[in-house]
Design a binder for this molecule. Structure first.
Ligand SMILES: Cc1ncc(COP(=O)(O)O)c(C=O)c1O
Length: 375
C-alpha cells in the first residue's frame, strides 16, 4: 500500500527507555516504568488507581471478574463494539444485552438503556466510539438509580473528555488500549482505571494471579498468598518502558492527530452538503482525541466500492465493527433489547480513512480520491 491505513508513530525515545529497563535488570511487571505509567494515568485521568495491563481486553476481563457475576447475569452494552467488550463478560457466564446506538455519534443510545434493565442486570458497559464521549450524565444517573456497576470501555478514548472530564474518569471502572492502532501505543497494551474505591484492593489482587502480592511488596502483609480469583494481567517492564516514551508525548500526538482530523473534516464539508456522505458528529460537550476519521456513505455497496477503489489507488481504508448481535457467537450467547436498526444500518455504511501522525502530504491524495469516488 502506498498509503497504509495505519502506521505506528514512534517518538524516538522508546528504545532508549527499553534499554534503561534492560540496564535496571527488572524485566517482569511493576518496576519503575510501570509505576511511572500508572502515575501518569492517575494524574491525567484523575482515577483513584491505574493498573497497566497487557491489553484493553485483559483490563475488560478484570472488570468482569470485579463485577462478581453469576451465570445468567446480564450486562448492557452496544452491539456496535469490538468483540472483547462482550467476550470479557461471557467468560464469566454473563449474557450481553445489546442496545442500539445513536445515529449521530454511534455511541450507545442512552434513551434505550433503561428498557433493557431486568432483575438480572448487573452492569452497563459504554464504549466511547472514536474517542467521542457517550452521554454520560444520563447514563451515570440510570446506573446509580438502578444500582448497576458502570464501566467505560475507553479503548479509543485516551486524552479525550466529556464536559471537561477525562474519559475513563466517570464510570466505576474504565479500560484503555495501547494497541498499535491507538493514539499512544506499546504494540499490545492497556490499563484498568479504577474510580470507585471499593474495587481498588481486589483489582490489584486479580491482576496478580489472585494473590495479595502487591500488599506484600508494600510491606502490608508478611507473606503473600492466594486470596481471590485472578490471572496474570501485568505487562513486562519492557512494554511499560516503550509506553512511557509515548505518554511523555501524548499531548503533542493528540494535537497532531487533531490537525489531520480537522483537515479531513473541512475537505468533506461540501460533499456532506450535497448529501453524498455524512461526516462524524462531535457533540459540544465532547473534547475528542482524533482517534479516528470515518465517513458514512449512502449504503453498504457504495462503501464497499469506495474501499475497493481506494485499494486500487494504493490507499488502505477499512470498515468495522461487524455488529456482535449478528455474529455466530453473539447469536448463541447474547440477546438484543429492541430493534438494533441504527447498529445494522450505520455499521454497513462506515468507512475509516488513514489517520496517523506522519501522514503529512499523503493526506491530500486520500482526500482527492475520496472526492473522486464519492462526488
Ligand atoms: C472498543 C474496544 N474495546 C476493546 C478493544 C480491545 O483492545 P486491545 O486490543 O488492547 O485488547 C478494542 C480494540 O480495538 C476496542 O476498539
Amino acid at each position: 500500500m502506498k498509503i497504509p491505513f495505519n502506521k505506528p508513530y514512534m517518538t524516538g525515545k522508546e528504545l532508549w527507555y527499553v534499554s534503561q529497563a534492560h540496564a535496571n535488570g527488572h524485566l517482569a511487571g511493576d518496576g519503575e516504568f510501570t509505576k511511572r505509567c500508572n502515575s501518569w494515568l492517575e494524574e491525567k485521568i484523575g482515577c483513584k488507581k491505574a493498573l497497566l495491563t497487557h491489553s484493553c481486553t485483559a483490563a475488560l476481563e478484570m472488570t468482569a471478574i470485579l463485577c462478581d457475576l453469576e451465570p445468567g447475569d446480564e450486562v448492557i452494552m452496544p452491539s456496535y463494539t469490538f468483540v472483547s467488550t462482550a467476550n470479557a463478560f461471557v467468560l464469566q457466564g454473563a449474557v450481553p444485552v445489546f442496545v442500539d446506538i445513536r445515529p449521530d455519534t454511534l455511541n450507545i443510545d442512552e434513551t434505550q438503556i433503561e428498557q433493557a434493565i431486568t432483575s438480572k442486570t448487573k452492569a452497563i458497559v459504554v464504549v466511547h466510539y472514536a474517542g467521542v464521549g457517550c452521554e454520560m450524565d444520563t447514563i451515570v444517573e440510570i446506573a446509580q438509580r438502578h444500582q448497576l456497576i458502570l464501566i467505560e470501555d475507553a479503548a479509543q478514548g485516551i486524552c479525550a473528555t466529556y464536559k471537561d472530564r477525562p474519559l475513563g474518569s466517570i464510570g466505576d471502572l474504565a479500560t484503555v488500549s495501547f494497541h498499535e492502532t491507538k493514539n499512544i501505543i506499546s504494540g499490545e497494551g492497556g490499563a484498568l482505571l479504577v474510580n470507585s474505591e471499593r474495587f481498588v484492593e481486589r483489582a490489584e489482587i486479580i491482576r496478580e494471579k489472585g494473590t495479595n502480592r502487591s500488599k506484600f511488596l508494600r510491606g502490608q502483609v508478611d507473606k503473600y498468598t492466594w486470596v481471590e480469583k485472578g490471572s496474570s494481567y501485568l505487562p513486562s517492564e519492557l512494554v511499560a518502558a516503550f509506553l512511557w516514551a509515548q505518554m511523555e508525548e501524548a499531548d503533542d500526538i493528540t494535537k497532531r492527530r487533531l490537525a489531520i482530523w480537522n483537515s479531513y473534516h473541512q475537505s468533506f464539508a461540501t460533499l456532506e452538503k450535497q448529501e453524498k456522505l455524512r461526516r462524524p458528529v462531535i457533540p459540544d460537550e465532547c473534547g475528542h482525541n482524533a482517534h479516528m476519521y470515518y465517513l458514512l456513505l449512502a449504503n453498504s455497496e457504495a462503501r464497499d466500492e469506495c474501499i475497493a477503489y481506494l485499494k486500487d489507488q494504493g490507499i488502505g481504508s477499512v470498515f468495522h465493527y461487524v455488529p456482535l448481535h449478528n455474529s455466530p457467537m453473539g447469536r448463541r450467547c447474547s440477546r438484543a433489547s429492541g430493534e438494533l436498526n441504527n447498529t445494522t444500518q450505520l455499521s454497513s455504511r462506515l468507512l475509516r480513512l488513514p489517520l496517523w501522525v506522519e501522514l503529512g502530504a499523503l493526506q491530500t491524495d486520500v482526500t482527492k480520491h475520496i472526492i473522486l469516488a464519492a462526488g
